[in-house]
Design a protein around this ligand. Structure first.
Ligand code: AP5
Length: 188
C-alpha cells in the first residue's frame, strides 16, 4: 500500500502510522521526524528547517520536496510506504503525484485522522510536559493549527475528488483508533 496520512497536529498521525506500518510491513516516512533528526544532528538540512519549525510554519516546499524525492528513491519503499506529514499543501500534493508518476507507481489512499481543536490542544500540551518538543508551546501549537487549516485542510477535497480519501475518527483510545484504521484500510 502507498498512502498518505492527513490530519491536524496532534490527531495521532505519527502514533497510528507506526502501528499501521508494522501491520502492513511497510516503512513510515515522517517528514517531521526527518527534519527533527537533522535539527538534532545540526546538518545543513536541519539548519534550513529549524527556524520554520520553531515558528510552527511550513519548511519551504523546495527543501521538503527534494528531501521526499530522495527518500522515495530508496529501496525499502518499493513495496509501499506510509507518508506521515507530507503532502502538507496543494503544491506538495501535485509534486507527490509527479514523484510517484516518475517512479511509475500510484497512490492507493489518503487517510485522514479527524480530531477536534480542543482534543489536539490537550494532547499536545500534555506531550510538551512529557517530551518537551520545541514546537509544543501553546502559541506555536495555535500557529501549527492555523497553518493546517489554511494550507493542509484543502487536501481533503483534493483526495476526495480522486476517490482516494478515507476518513477515520481519531478520538478515543489509541487501540480503538488503530482498529478503525485497520478496518478502513482493509475495506479499501
Ligand atoms: P510534524 O512532526 O509532522 O508535526 P505535526 O503535524 O504538528 O504532528 P504531530 O507530531 O504534532 O502530531 P501527530 O498527528 O503526528 O500526532 P502524534 O501521533 O504525534 O511536523 C513538525 C514541523 O515540521 C511542522 O510544523 C513543519 O515546520 C515541519 N514539516 C513537517 N512536514 C512538513 C512538510 N510536509 N512541509 C513543510 N514543513 C513540514 O500524537 C500527538 C500526541 O497525542 C502524542 O503525545 C500521542 O501520544 C498522543 N496521542 C495520539 N493518539 C492519541 C489518542 N487516541 N488519545 C490520546 N492521546 C493520543
Amino acid at each position: 500500500m502507498r498512502a498518505v496520512l492527513l490530519g491536524p497536529p496532534g490527531a495521532g498521525k505519527g502514533t497510528q502510522a507506526a502501528r499501521l506500518a508494522e501491520r502492513l510491513n511497510i516503512p513510515t516516512i515522517s517528514t517531521g521526524d526527518i527534519f527533527r533528526a537533522n535539527v538534532k544532528g545540526d546538518t545543513e538540512l536541519g539548519r534550513k528547517a529549524q527556524e520554520y519549525m520553531s515558528a510552527g510554519a511550513l519548511v519551504p516546499d523546495q527543501v521538503t520536496n527534494a528531501m521526499v524525492r530522495d527518500r522515495l528513491a530508496q529501496d525499502d519503499v518499493t513495496q509501499g510506504f506510509l507518508l506521515d506529514g507530507y503532502p502538507r499543501n496543494p503544491d506538495q500534493a501535485v509534486e507527490l503525484d509527479t514523484l510517484l508518476s516518475d517512479l511509475d507507481v500510484k497512490l492507493d489512499a489518503a487517510i485522514e485522522i479527524i480530531a477536534d481543536f480542543d482534543e489536539v490542544m490537550k494532547r499536545l500540551i500534555k506531550r510538551a510536559e512529557i517530551d518537551g518538543r520545541a514546537d509544543d508551546t501553546e502559541p506555536v501549537i495555535r500557529k501549527r493549527l492555523e497553518v493546517y487549516a489554511t494550507s493542509t485542510a484543502p487536501l481533503t477535497a483534493y483526495y476526495s475528488g480522486r476517490g482516494l480519501l478515507i476518513q477515520v475518527d481519531g478520538i478515543g483510545a489509541v487501540d480503538d483508533v488503530t482498529a478503525r484504521l485497520v478496518a478502513a484500510v482493509d475495506g479499501k
